[in-house]
Design a protein around this ligand. Structure first.
Ligand code: SAJ
Length: 423
């Protein structure tokens, strides 16, 4: 089977780099997205997301005529679905959030109209266990004239597999090529064809399994990281209570040959680690006790940091009785969801800064070397340089260990250092 034309549905943080990688390796790629701005940007050879090295490859692929972006799917030999799988908003506080598969269903509906015998459909979106089978059922419902693996196994017209993306934001271009891939076909033939497709550019191993295991593998990776970060975050709270430096403690414990504790921080952000464990918890609430607790520990960390800021403000006012809260400036260092990126979405640092801006009557400085302007929705936060913040602020809250902050250690009385870089 040779795949000449490949279609990628959803041109976001995963879909666009994946699409362009196929194009860079000689395939004709049709990218599909529902957003006209995304389509126009890509067709100009530009990108709408921030990812190192991606712009040049997209520019070349579009100029070479290997990649085009369109609003509605066109016929192709293989379809990769890389749409969001968010959580539905919980009705009551404390409810277990449930995954929302509506974008997968919409993508299935959209490609169904152009699907033909011998096509391969791959679900790349991080998904709860069973989602690939569900997607196959939707396709079968929309195209009763075609046969699918559930009823026709290896003889089906359409092959279907789940192949979760596992690339790290900020290193996507390299990791797409180098990482191993888990490929879970609905049948062995589905896995084999999907492997053939990914081998176009993947230098890592393509390891095959079934779709449910592939789904669970991806959720397991991110849940494992979430649980490990929760352990570090819980340690930081315990150590604070016991007057122990958690950073020193972790570096000592990590000298043990079989211990590797991760780093505490202001909470867990991003679009994956804080979301994916819920896909497991919502499916098996009785069994997933540890994974559920880790989510709660990590989600509670921003509140703990905010309490620390309140205490620091009150200590400052006690030491400076001539001042009122209005006179106290709080500088928040780092707004992105992790170091050395400019992505503010799902960022605990941003959430904390916004919350302080709401409850504190004095000035709030946001220091974020990776962005030039603050988004409009951020009220009462002034974007300032490191220099101004260190000179003018009274309370210094370290939230993200960007390289600029590691280089410029500050020595002030009122420091809350959630990343342990200004000891
Ligand atoms: N964090 C800590 N302490 C640590 C490490 C991370 O607090 O020691 C925080 C970060 O500051 C950030 C959050 O965790 O707020 C998540 O950052 P991350 O670097 O752990 O992960 P992501 O969300 O950028 O990417 C993850 C990766 N998964 C794993 O490393 C298992 C990536 O490989 C996945 O492809 C990606 O999720 C995804 O798309 O699912």
């Amino acid at each position: 089977m040779s795949f000449e034309t490949i279609s990628v549905i959803g041109l976001g943080y995963i879909g666009l780099p994946t699409a362009v990688m196929f194009a860079a390796y000689g395939k004709n790629v049709i990218g599909v997205d529902v957003n006209q701005h995304v389509i126009d940007t890509i067709n100009r050879g530009e990108i709408h997301i921030i990812e190192p090295d991606l712009d040049a490859i997209v520019h070349k692929a579009v100029t070479d005529g290997k990649l085009k972006a369109v609003l509605a799917p066109e016929p192709a030999d293989a379809f990769l679905i890389a749409v969001p799988t968010p959580l539905l908003p919980s009705e009551n506080e404390g409810d277990i959030p449930q995954p929302d598969l509506k974008y997968i269903q919409a993508a299935a509906k959209a490609i169904a109209s152009v699907l033909k015998k011998d096509d391969l459909v791959i679900l790349e979106s991080t998904s709860p266990v069973g989602a690939t089978e569900q997607m196959a059922d939707w396709l079968a419902e929309y195209r009763r004239d075609l046969t699918f693996p559930k009823t026709h196994q290896e003889n089906s017209d359409i092959r279907i597999a789940h192949c979760p993306e596992r690339v790290l934001p900020g290193q996507v271009v390299r990791e797409l090529v180098e990482n191993d891939r888990v490929i879970g076909g609905l049948t062995a033939k589905c896995s084999q064809q999907a492997t053939e497709l990914y081998k176009t550019f993947v230098k890592g191993d393509c390891v095959t399994t079934n779709a449910r295991t592939a789904e669970m593998a991806k959720l397991t990776e991110n849940s494992c990281r979430d649980v490990q970060i929760a352990f570090a975050n819980e340690l930081s709270i315990i150590c604070d209570k016991l007057d122990i430096d958690v950073w020193e403690l972790i570096s000592l414990a990590n000298r043990h040959p079989r211990i590797n504790i991760l780093q505490p921080g202001p909470g867990v952000g991003g679009h994956c680690i804080a979301v994916d464990p819920w896909f497991i918890v919502s499916k098996t609430p009785e069994q997933a006790q540890l994974i559920h607790t880790a989510r709660k520990v990590n989600d509670a960390k921003p509140e703990w940091v905010i309490d620390k800021v309140k205490i620091a403000i009150s200590d400052f006012l006690q030491a400076n009785p001539d001042k009122t809260a209005k006179d106290v400036t709080v500088a928040c260092y780092g707004l992105a969801f992790k170091p050395d990126i400019d992505d503010l979405r799902e960022s605990p640092a941003l959430k904390i800064t916004q919350c302080i801006a709401k409850i504190h009557s004095g000035k709030i400085f946001g220091v974020e070397p990776n962005i030039k302007t603050l988004p409009n929705y951020l009220e009462n936060i002034e974007l300032v340089s490191i220099d101004i913040a260190t000179k003018e602020a009274d309370i210094h809250l370290m939230l993200v260990d960007h390289k600029e902050f590691k280089k410029n250690k500050i020595f002030k009385k009122y420091i809350i250092d959630t990343k342990g870089i200004w000891k």
